[in-house]
Design a protein. Structure first.
Length: 150
C-alpha cells in the first residue's frame, strides 16, 4: 500500500512539466551575417511551441472492486516566434482598442451620472504625470489603472 501511494505521488509530481515540441521536423535555421550582427530577437523553427502540462492522480482502494484511480490533466500550449521581424499591426490594434476602451469607460461613467469624458481625460493626465520612480511600487489597482491609461 505504501509503495502504491508513493508511486501515485511520484507520478503526480513528475507530470508537472514544461516541454518544447519542435513540430515533428528537425530542420536547421540558416542565418546570414546580417542576422548575426543584429541578433536582437530569439527565433525558433517554424511550428515550435512551449507546453505547460499539469497532471494530478488520485488513487483509492475499494474492497469489492480493488484498486481504482482518477486523474485530472490540464495543459496549455504557446506558439514560439519563428520570424525575426516584429509586426506593427499589433501596435495599430493596440491604439485602436485603447480608443474603444476609453469610449466604453466614458459611457459607463456617463450612465452613472458622471461626466465620463472629463473623468477619462483626467485619468490619462494623472497617469502621464506619474513620477517614473513610483511606477511598479503602487497598489495592484493603481498599477492596472496606470497600464490602461498610459
Amino acid at each position: 500500500m505504501r509503495r502504491l501511494t508513493f508511486f501515485n505521488c511520484w507520478i503526480g509530481f513528475c507530470c508537472l512539466s514544461v516541454a518544447s515540441s519542435m513540430g515533428g521536423t528537425n530542420t536547421s535555421v540558416g542565418r546570414t551575417k546580417r542576422d548575426l550582427l543584429d541578433g536582437k530577437y530569439l527565433i525558433f523553427p517554424e511550428g515550435s511551441n512551449v507546453q505547460l502540462v499539469y497532471c494530478l492522480t488520485f488513487s483509492a482502494y475499494a474492497k469489492p472492486s480493488g484498486f481504482s484511480a482518477f486523474g485530472i490533466t490540464a495543459g496549455q500550449a504557446w506558439e514560439l516566434p519563428s520570424k525575426s521581424v516584429l509586426s506593427t499591426k499589433f501596435e495599430d490594434y493596440h491604439r485602436r482598442s485603447r480608443r474603444q476602451l476609453y469610449r466604453k469607460v466614458e459611457l459607463l461613467l456617463g450612465s452613472r451620472g458622471l461626466d465620463g469624458k472629463a473623468c477619462v481625460l483626467k485619468a490619462i493626465c494623472h497617469a502621464a504625470n506619474r513620477d517614473r520612480s513610483n511606477v511598479g511600487k503602487g497598489t495592484f489597482f493603481e498599477e492596472i489603472m496606470h497600464a490602461v491609461f498610459t
